[in-house]
Design a binder for this molecule. Structure first.
Ligand SMILES: [Zn+2]
Length: 401
């Protein structure tokens, strides 16, 4: 299976200059190819990214000799990305013609501007015939084409063959995103227990066993306040001014920090779950719904339930565990976990409630987690005959995006 891992880089000043240069080359190649694409299209021809890559290769030594200073994968990948952008655009146009998408949502390929807070280039491994070992990893450092060894904040998490590395910049921080091919070995989990997990607002996650509730990351609230303040400050700065550029960088840096706190909390949570439970049962939450009712803590809501589920998928697969996603109509919150009576009138604000039938006092989160842990194989779904009801599916691992 293919897994992804993004690691913060610690480049020297010289390496950072190189990174910026290569990002510039990638951006130039993208914009050059976009101009060519538009020109060819206007001339009644059918442009393709493969032809454009060949065309650039044929002229770059003569017309753009400075491109030689960068890894040749950077412009090549940039044009491949343009091809992908056009593929997406054509898909959107089809949807637009079928009235499935308004025109303003169609993703038209655009020129890349300098000075954005985000920049990237790709250094493919293996595609480079002249340097088959162009990308290598040794502990907490990575060897990149031309520039050589660059320090990283941590080691690559997965053992396997590195398929590609993308170098990207967020505000003024650099990252290496690895795509790794990990051999699939049928592992057997060391435990045999089952744990239900309820995701929520007050606690990030509540487990059905005796483990304490996992609190939402604390620094978030403070940073969110700061975020609002900085956004307001930015909007007051004059367009095109130096101060505005500075405020933009500060804001981008804070955005990145907040995202990392969330990612960190989520990784810790999923790793811990997989390490301590052989079978994990979670709710099937659709993202739109949970954002609407603020049913989840910001750490999960903003990263997306999809990230939580995907992490559990590959981590359980690697540990030999099982992930069960309960049907979305399974009323894990409303069922009394003691006598099975359903409380139809349970409101979202009721953190503790008493079962009308057996009189048990129930903590909302723990009750939901316990219900998930005992999610029945034969659950018949809701009375309205919801689609896919009663399925107890085991997820298979999908390649990382
Ligand atoms: Zn009861």
């Amino acid at each position: 299976m293919t897994l992804a891992h993004r690691i913060r880089l610690v480049p020297s000043a010289e390496q950072e200059v190189y990174f910026r240069k290569v990002c510039g080359v990638a951006r130039f190649a993208y914009n050059w190819a976009l101009t060519e694409w538009q020109r060819l299209y206007a001339a009644g021809e059918k442009p393709s990214e493969i032809a454009l890559r060949k065309a650039l290769n044929a002229i770059k030594h003569e017309q753009f000799p400075w491109m030689r200073e960068a890894t040749k994968n950077a412009p090549q990948q940039a044009i491949k990305n343009l091809g992908r952008a056009y593929a997406g655009f054509f898909e959107d146009v089809k949807k637009y013609r079928r009235n499935e998408l308004p025109w303003k949502r169609v993703r038209v390929p655009k020129f890349k501007k300098k000075g954005k807070t985000h920049d990237s280039f790709r250094a493919d491994n293996g595609c480079d015939a002249q340097h088959p070992d162009a990308v290598a990893v040794d502990g907490a450092r990575v060897k990149l084409p031309i520039i050589g060894w660059v320090k990283m904040r941590e080691e690559v998490r997965f053992a396997g063959q590195i398929i590609s590395v993308t170098i990207s910049r967020e505000a003024d921080t650099w990252y290496a995103s690895f795509t790794i091919d990990v051999p699939e070995e049928p592992a057997v989990h060391v435990l045999t227990n089952t744990v239900g997990v309820d995701l929520g607002v007050t606690a990030l996650a509540t487990r059905s066993d005796d483990a304490p509730k996992v609190p939402a990351p604390k620094p978030l609230r403070r940073y969110l306040k700061k975020l609002q303040r900085l956004s307001r400050a930015l909007s007051r700065k004059q367009r095109g001014s130096r101060n505005r550029a500075k405020a933009k960088t500060t804001l981008a840096r804070l955005h990145a920090r907040i995202r990392h706190i969330r990612q960190d909390a989520l990784h810790k949570l999923t790793t811990d779950l997989v390490r301590t439970a052989a079978t994990i049962v979670i709710e099937d939450l659709n993202v739109a719904g949970m954002l609407a009712n603020r049913h989840l803590s910001r750490a999960i809501a903003d990263l997306g339930f999809f990230a939580f589920r995907r992490q559990l998928e590959y981590k359980t697969a690697m540990a030999g565990g099982v992930l069960i996603v309960a049907d979305r109509w399974y009323p894990s919150s409303k069922l009394c976990s003691v006598c099975d009576t359903k409380n139809e009138r349970l409101a979202l604000s009721e953190r503790i409630w008493t079962c009308a039938s057996c009189g048990t006092s129930l903590d909302r989160d723990i009750n939901a987690a316990v219900n998930l842990a005992r999610y029945p194989e034969s659950w018949a779904g809701s009375a309205c005959g919801a689609e896919g009801a009663g399925r107890r599916h085991q997820t298979t691992v999908k390649p990382a995006a």
